[in-house]
Design a protein around this ligand. Structure first.
Ligand SMILES: C[S@@+](CC[C@H](N)C(=O)[O-])C[C@H]1O[C@@H](n2cnc3c(N)ncnc32)[C@H](O)[C@@H]1O
Length: 433
């Protein structure tokens, strides 16, 4: 017998519990989407993303309202109340409907003894309105360590960064220049009744006025466009690609930048795309297939070159290292719950190790682009400064671009509510002799 369908809020509460236990939304949400009716999927997604985005604020309120924390085995009801509070504070839904549905979801989750508590807490929240919050973590809806780190790193910008992180990111496309120009695609969009405008810095980017399901985008299945943030698109111009080059994308999955590289330059000799994650690597192939592009894929630790490298140095290397993802919180609000302050030092060690290993396989005269979607200097220009001191044959290239800020050893983009994500790029070359 098929399992009974759970109500939307009950499924959302289970997803949030999984996130609290360490799963990312991109792991926990896809299977959950099959537990609700088709027409409820976008709402489930909005509830999960929204509750994560405002988690620290909602959780502070809920803790004020609960006389004592729920028992560990009832934790899912804590998540359910967060979802309902999110709806009360941030959605247009009528409060009586929010309350009724939360109580029903509480029963669905097998906790009928807690329906009185759920009802009482939410009635109080409805009656009293938003509470006065003073704790900066709650007010700004970020973990305190992130607030403090950003304030320390960006004394003039931290509040703007935190505010940008709490706003849903725009949907941005990269036009496949092998199939047509950005202007042509803007026309196709207009014909389909979709409003878009050219991105400011990325030459092939289009920012949509309203996000769209990809199957509404003209020619998406045939590779006319891909979804990619504007900041991520900037990597190709920094690589200075030319026909005949052998290019390595060292941390490639899901392949957004591998595909951008291949689209932007015909007749590269070879593009090798490596990723440590066997699970994520097939996503690169899917993207290549949709765009009718070819690359050599390898599942490996890029730093363990003895396991995968054929001894032929690369003309160009893109090193888009694993990082805190602190620049893309607005797209992945679960990062606020998943990332710990103690993650940054080990990440910086991995980034430094990858950079040193990739340097050894870069051809003299070649160019390496180091990239992160982080806004923490520890993962960005400080890594590059240290590398330049130790690696005497490494030279910094200062690209002539109008985006980002010059950090002395690379350029930093902070998330912009109207356009790109937070990103860091540094360009290094190895002299010929
Ligand atoms: C920032 S993501 C890459 C995003 C990708 N460049 C894109 O634009 O679609 C970092 C990737 O590095 C991979 N990774 C982490 N450590 C690695 C290693 N030692 N060698 C190769 N890949 C690694 C992760 O699995 C993850 O897919």
């Amino acid at each position: 017998m098929a399992a009974p369908m759970l109500s939307l809020r009950a499924v959302a509460a289970q997803v949030l519990l999984a996130v609290e236990q360490g799963q990312s939304l991109s792991q926990a949400l896809p299977p959950a989407l099959y537990q609700v009716d088709d027409h409820e999927r976008s709402e489930l997604q909005a509830l999960c993303y929204g509750t994560c985005r405002w988690f620290h604020r909602l959780d502070a309120e809920l803790q004020q309202r609960l006389k004592k924390p729920l028992r560990k085995q009832d934790r899912v009801i804590h998540q359910l109340m967060l979802v309902a509070l999110f709806q009360l504070r941030f959605s247009q839904q009528a409060s009586y409907a929010v309350l009724n549905e939360a109580v029903e979801a509480c029963r669905d989750l097998g906790k009928p003894h807690l329906t009185g508590l759920v009802n009482g807490v939410l009635r109080g929240a409805e009656r009293d309105g938003s509470p006065e919050l003073t704790d900066p973590a709650a007010v700004l809806s970020h973990p305190l360590w992130m607030v403090e780190k950003l304030r320390h790193n960006w004394p003039d910008d931290w509040e703007a960064v935190l505010a940008a992180n709490n706003i849903q990111a725009p949907m941005t496309l990269r036009v496949n220049q092998r199939q047509g120009s950005r202007e042509d695609y803007l026309e196709r969009l207009a014909e389909a009744g979709i409003e878009g405008r050219p991105t400011r810095f990325a030459r092939n980017g289009i920012q949509l006025v309203k996000p769209q399901p990809v199957d509404r985008l003209p020619g998406f299945a045939d590779g006319a466009v891909s979804v990619q943030d504007e900041a991520a698109q900037l990597c190709t111009s920094l690589l200075d690609l030319a026909p005949g080059q052998r290019v390595l994308d060292a941390c490639a999955a899901p392949g957004g930048k591998t595909c951008a590289i291949l689209e932007s330059c015909d007749q590269l000799d070879e593009v090798v795309a490596i990723d440590q994650s066997e699970e994520r690597l097939p996503r690169v192939q899917e993207n290549l297939d949709r765009l009718a592009l070819q690359a050599t894929l390898k599942a490996a630790d890029a730093a363990a070159t003895e396991q995968w490298w054929d001894g032929q140095p690369f003309d160009r290397i893109l090193l888009d290292v694993p990082c805190s993802a602190s620049g893309v919180i607005r797209r992945h609000p679960d990062i606020k719950l998943l990332r710990r302050e103690g993650d940054i030092v080990p990440l910086a060690a991995i980034q430094t190790g990858l950079l040193a290993a990739m340097w050894r396989i870069l051809k003299p005269g070649g160019r390496l682009v180091y990239a992160t979607c982080s806004v923490f200097p520890q993962e960005n220009h400080r890594i590059i400064q240290r590398f330049l001191k130790q690696q005497t044959d490494a030279r910094l290239v200062e690209p002539t671009v109008s985006w980002g800020r010059d950090m002395g050893a690379g350029r930093q983009l902070l998330p912009d509510p109207d356009s790109h994500d937070g990103f860091f790029y540094a360009v290094l070359t190895k002299p010929e002799s």
